[in-house]
Design a protein around this ligand. Sequence first.
Ligand code: UDX
Length: 446
Amino acid sequence: MNITVIGTGYVGLVSGICYAELGNHVVCVDKDLAKVETLQNGGIPIYEPGLQELSVKNMAAGRLSFTSDLNQAVKQSDLVILAVGTPSLPSGEANLSYIDQAAAEIAQAMNGYKIIAVKSTVPVGTNERVRNLIRSRTMERFDSISLPEFLREGSAVQDTLHPDRIVIGADSQSAVETIVELHRPLTDQIVVTDIRSAEMLKYASNAFLATKISFINEIANICEKVGADVTRVAEGMGYDKRIGPAFLKAGIGYGGSCFPKDTRALIQIAGHVDYEFKLLRAVVEVNQDQRMSVIRKLETIFDGELQGKTFAVWGLAFKPNTDDVRESPALEIIQYLVRSGAYVKAYDPIAIRNFQSMYGNNGVMWCDDALEAATGADALCLLTEWDEFVHMDLKMLQTILKKPILIDGRNVFKEDDLAETSFIYYSIGRPRLDQGAKEEMSALSD
Ligand code: UDX
């Protein structure tokens, strides 16, 4: 097929490149000229494993190109996919101005029948809004469909080429057949619904995953108080097929460009039809509070006195294998530490620059490697489970910290890792695993 993808953010870029990989002719459009130039030169403006190789390969094969000329791209295409951003407005609602603008430009470029698909995550009714907008500006025939995307950052190529399912929301049988054919090489699991259900399905999926995370984080908080281990609880729960093991990792809460934005948007969508989504409100609140669990632990250790202390922070990205820092828990944790008069030495393998542009420089020393950040610190907070942290030699680490205190916000270390170290080690929802705590416990029970 000849496909135009409008918007080269995560979703647009990964989808466009993967559709080309399937043998289609794809033009990716973006208004940002610098970005288009980077892409034309074989660069990729985001960090996403495997994406650059795929882009270069498909450009060389003549199946993939990048342009800022939406009009020309649309004219050449049978399928036009909208993948522009829908950022949060201050109210939490999705901002649809980029969608509206793209729809108006598509209408102007129409030169015959096309399928117009919306891949951006949009409130229920947006596909109809796009359809009405285009219909009011052109006499050309078209079908509009909802084609939500479920890819995760860091494994976006894998998720796109091997999806759990493809969802198509449509009211035209012929458009469904075309889109099913396009995705047939990827999976047999194709769910066809009406347009509104497809739009809702995307929000419901993200809200459910966010709910699982907040649920296990609350269980973790209770585990800490009753002396249970949330990782064992989650493992045992996960064997129940009705629950499943995924998204039960306790930590410092979810971040990123989707869960925070989409949960807020769904609360708003419900509010517009006079429904209060109480459960999801609680999920959001629990997530907000969970970030502070790192701070609460530091306050316990330092008797509430964080002022003048130096804290090393490992990990600024909202999760590993991405340089995305949007809604990263690290932001609020660092802001709190700096406001409390502490010094912060921060390190992330690839997200420092993005974090700096979001946060500024106030009170933070940016370090070139993990050990530099840890050197001389009163305590170390691990906030993102990058591989290089997981494989750190803790015996060596304890010698460079001023005090061997480790707050592990992602539960990456095990009891064995801590053996023969003198760490004071706090994690999330697990009993203290360090030697000192075990000696205290056995002294108490003697
Ligand atoms: C998510 C959805 O998974 C994807 O389907 C959707 O299209 C976009 O949003 P993404 O934001 O890239 O993808 O990351 P994901 O891997 O889902 O993680 C989201 C956040 O949840 C991260 O901050 C992660 O650390 C956190 N998380 C995830 C947990 O705290 N515990 C878990 O068990 C899983």
